[in-house]
Ligand binder design. Structure first.
Ligand SMILES: [Zn+2]
Length: 343
């Protein structure tokens, strides 16, 4: 098969011919139709996230099962699928508690600790493939369907993690990013008032189109004050931080109102200070949100199948143009998500 390989961090992609994967017991192989090209996998290419090399990256796939190994149940040749990003075990107490990203026996991530979707075929443990619900035209919309498993499912889960309710005010930090803009979309879907926060002026219009009621330019200065002004001093109900540097986390915390909830995910993961007195007096929650469960991927696919939300994929290119596309991802030039079609 043709595969786009990375031989090490900070190396260009190389299109190579490698043996087709063969499904062992408990495994399945899918033909890949499309794969999302998000910042998470660009971090691997750029060496900011460690991975085992040589590596075929990519996990936001749309595929069709072409082979199932011995002992596999519930998956048959011809099934349209996407992939779960985490190589979870499915058996430990965390997996059984529907907290799969916290798996005790995790094998890492698809496209990082095993080969991923930038290739014609992808082999995974069968339970990592997720069958697409009926009503999704995965052939016509392979790029859009592929990115649901991360770019849409991740913000969908945050709505539940942060207990977002209709009518609440939600501020999204990093709203112009590939996942941030879908957080704006999903918070709007949840009937919240949405405030997009970003420094990239060229993304503001897209944030409004995705559902932002207001946009705060973080480059202009005091974000916490701007959020307090927009809520007449009450503060926001939920601040979701996809940047997670010290400054954004502290701004988010200061902007929280009574019963406010701050969620950190992705981004820089820097330490920050909050007022424990505010936490006490206002009964505030500080939350981390790590990827999603397989059920949450399915639920998000259902939303997309019903067209309640639709992925924002603005750049779709053939696999051969992965290098050029990743340069645009690295420079933050992509609105929403980019994706590759696999020939
Ligand atoms: Zn587990």
């Amino acid at each position: 098969m043709k595969a786009m390989i990375l031989k090490g961090p900070q190396q260009p992609f190389e299109m190579v011919e490698v043996p087709d994967p063969v499904a062992g017991p408990g495994e399945a192989v899918a033909r890949v139709l499309a794969c999302g090209s998000g910042l998470t996998i660009q971090h691997i290419k750029a060496g900011r996230i460690k991975a085992d090399f040589p590596r075929i990256i990519g996990h936001e796939i749309t595929g069709e099962i072409v082979e199932v190994g011995a002992g596999v149940r519930g998956l048959t040749v011809g099934d349209a699928v996407t992939a779960y990003y985490y190589l979870n075990c499915g058996h430990c107490r965390w997996c059984l508690a529907n907290l799969e990203p916290l798996c005790d026996n995790t094998g890492g991530n698809v496209g990082r600790n095993c080969d991923g979707g930038y290739a014609q075929y992808l082999k995974l443990p069968a339970h990592i493939f997720i069958k697409l619900p009926p009503g999704l035209d995965h052939k016509a919309h392979a790029a859009e369907v592929g990115v649901v498993t991360d770019a849409l499912a991740t913000p969908y889960k945050v709505l539940r993690r942060a207990r977002v309710k209709a009518g609440e005010t939600v501020a999204v930090f990093g709203a112009g990013g590939g996942v941030g803009i879908h957080q704006v979309m999903l918070a709007k879907w949840a009937r919240a008032r949405v405030i997009a926060v970003d420094v990239a002026r060229d993304k503001f219009e897209a944030c409004r189109k995705a559902g932002a009621d207001e946009v705060v330019n973080a480059a202009a200065g005091n974000v916490a004050q701007a959020l307090l002004d927009l809520t007449h001093g009450a503060g926001v109900d939920v601040a979701i931080d996809y940047v997670s540097v010290t400054a954004t986390l502290e701004a988010g915390a200061r902007a929280l109102g009574r019963h406010g909830r701050l969620v950190t995910l992705g981004g820089a993961g820097q330490p920050f200070s909050v007022s424990s007195l505010d936490m006490l007096l206002k009964e505030q929650d500080l939350l981390g949100s790590r990827y999603v469960t397989r059920l949450e991927v399915l639920e998000t696919l259902d939303l997309v199948a019903r067209r309640e939300v639709w992925p924002i994929v603005t750049e779709i290119r053939p696999l051969a143009e992965a290098e050029a596309l990743h340069e645009r991802v690295e420079r933050g030039q992509v609105i929403g998500r980019a994706a590759l079609l696999i020939p």
